[in-house]
Design a protein around this ligand. Sequence first.
Ligand SMILES: CCCCCCC/C=C/C(=O)SCCNC(=O)CCNC(=O)[C@H](O)C(C)(C)COP(=O)(O)OP(=O)(O)OC[C@H]1O[C@@H](n2cnc3c(N)ncnc32)[C@H](O)[C@@H]1OP(=O)(O)O
Length: 727
Amino acid sequence: MAQYRRAGAAVAVIRLHNAPVNALSSAVVQALAQGVKKADLDPSVKAVVICGANGKFSAGADIRTFSSLQPRDRPALAETVSLIERSQKPVVAAIEGVALGGGLEVALGCHYRIAHAQARVGFPEVLLGILPAAEGTQRLPRLIGIPAALDLITTGRHVLAAEALKLGIIDEIVKENTVERAIELASKVSGQPLGPRKISLKPVPDLPDMEAILSEALVKVKRKARGRLSPEMCIQAIKAAVQLPFAEGVEKERELFRFLLGSGQAKAQQYAFFAERAVEKWTMPSGTSWKTASAQPIRKAAVIGLGTMGRGIVTSLVKAKMLVVALEQDQKQLDIGREAVTSLLQWEASKMQQSGQSQDICDPARLQFTLDFGALRDVDLVIEAVFEDMALKKEIFRKLSTICKPEAFLCTNTSALDIDEIAAVTSHPHQVIGTHFFSPAHVMKLLEVIRGHHTSPTTIATAMSLAKTLNKVGVLVGNCFGFVGNRMMAPYVEQAIFLLEEGCKPEEVDQAVEGFGFHMGPFRMLDLAGLDVGWRSRKGQGLTGPKLAPGTPARQRESRRYSPLPDFLCEQGRYGQKAGKGWYLYEKPGGRTANPDPWLYNFLSEYRETHGIKARFVDQEEILERCLYALINEGFQILADRIASAPEDIDVIYIYGYGWPTHRGGPMFHASTVGLPHVLSRLQKYSEAHPDIPKLQPSPFLKKLVALGSPPLREWVSHVRQPSSKL
Ligand SMILES: CCCCCCC/C=C/C(=O)SCCNC(=O)CCNC(=O)[C@H](O)C(C)(C)COP(=O)(O)OP(=O)(O)OC[C@H]1O[C@@H](n2cnc3c(N)ncnc32)[C@H](O)[C@@H]1OP(=O)(O)O
């Protein structure tokens, strides 16, 4: 848990030991405290070094233990940090790998800090719905000043050693032998006065406009937080550092920590942290999993199509230092694509430069632009990213099947299309897989990885590993129309549009959903994505356009309710932001400011009149429940259909791909929090009121879980019916 040894005659080394990241469990904290006391009591020890095993200082407090913490518990970690600082002998932190959260707090308790050049430090607690509660909110501002402390504590960002040195968090950077160098320093400074090195004794550096800085930070953080409490509480704690003596500031920090710990938000954010890690450990319905499948190395990849998605994908691959072939169909598109990729890469390089990372990502030798499919002969993996047209995709895959080497993996970037149909035209369907990137692909963290019927475990492992290489979160899902993300989006958007028919305005629906914490409500999102995308898909499905059977009632398809509203908008050229008008009016085509549109109000009134709909007032609760519970209901069906193998998969997809607020833990976590019987009863109520909307009829799986007494989320999948045995 923490090894104590002597280095030379006079230095004690305490090494934190808790694989894989030296999390500070209570056993580790206890052992650390014992080590510090032992060194203090031993007259032959003149100085102490604290370091971590396996090249990592510590990733902070053990998050797994938080659920058992009582809000009244006094953090033992804080007492240990203060014990370190009070030590009579100099204590040096030797930081390798990471010193995050409680790990950094331990380091701040030390009198000196040395870090390896690749080490990262930070206070990511805010991302877990809490704050640095082992006196970190009181020490960091004293060490680096208020503006920098506000930035680090409210964003949770990790900083590299170079930046940490500039900020004053660490005293020295070394390229190698961090612990040895720390031992040397410890020997050198033994006997020197420790007072000036104790951060708790320092005043917070004063600034003339302190009040203004704090209140501006509060306004900024509140605007960005969309209901998340922890950033605001972090500011309260930092304010306490400014206004109160150290000990009183610490009390305030504890009070705020207890408040956050007891809030549902901390639970949701910690669930999201572990869900993100759980999805890496994928399983197929057959039982094959990450444990037995091994990924193949990808040295060289190709991207077909340099539209918005293709450009982002190329940028991601280049950033990950792969050799990339980018292919387009004609010279003009190729030139436009090359220019776009080049400027994306330059932008990425400048961002990296600002954060002190090396920026050799734009090496042109690694990126080849071509019109020639022959250039794909030796690539290990291809990502086809042309637009959503099955015929075109099949033509490309037929070609790839003959040109690429037999062991190449063939990925299709699609948001809805059938992977099996595409794989069927190739001679290696087991090497075909869906990779649904989200726009902008070089920014968005999510990669939905879709297994086809024939996709091999090696192909899945390779695609999942590619996600990690690209610094994305890969989630494995099954093949069905819209997969997980878009399949759940469909009933959500459908409800939003039905609500307009019934009397809402787009901004009322958006405000309700944004008030819940989403980045964007459904109508702003549709305008951003382009209304023509859905229109093309509905035409393809024969729901509108020339394929629609003559005489079909305007608001009904088969026996289901249908709203032709978005089709009418598209017929008027209102494609959304790019056209300058859609559900909202924009200042110009491509404009970003969504303004309510009087034209739309008239249009909606006339529409309701034509169809004999009496507008009614719909309250926020109904707006939210109809949109969100329709989406969640589909999530239960997706679990029952084994398209997602666990609720965590769905939640991670929604957090990283669709802007679901992290402090609400994802749609399935949210359902478990508000209670499955509640979700069921509301769906029952709405489906009775709207019997012609099948997506409001509660999923049989949700009903089953409620009948079973609403087991906790982690048990849900054990109640999914197993496919019948072939025997
Ligand atoms: C006890 C009361 C204390 C009260 C005091 C409160 C004040 C202090 C609070 C804190 O310190 S909260 C924790 C702050 N630290 C973090 O948020 C860091 C979280 N970890 C990471 O960001 C990353 O894991 C990493 C350290 C950057 C490593 O990333 P990498 O991609 O290399 O590995 P992962 O797959 O993410 O993690 C490996 C493995 O380790 C588990 N894990 C990571 N950090 C913690 C942790 N702090 N506590 C418990 N477990 C942790 C992670 O879940 C993975 O587990 P498995 O999936 O392999 O089981």
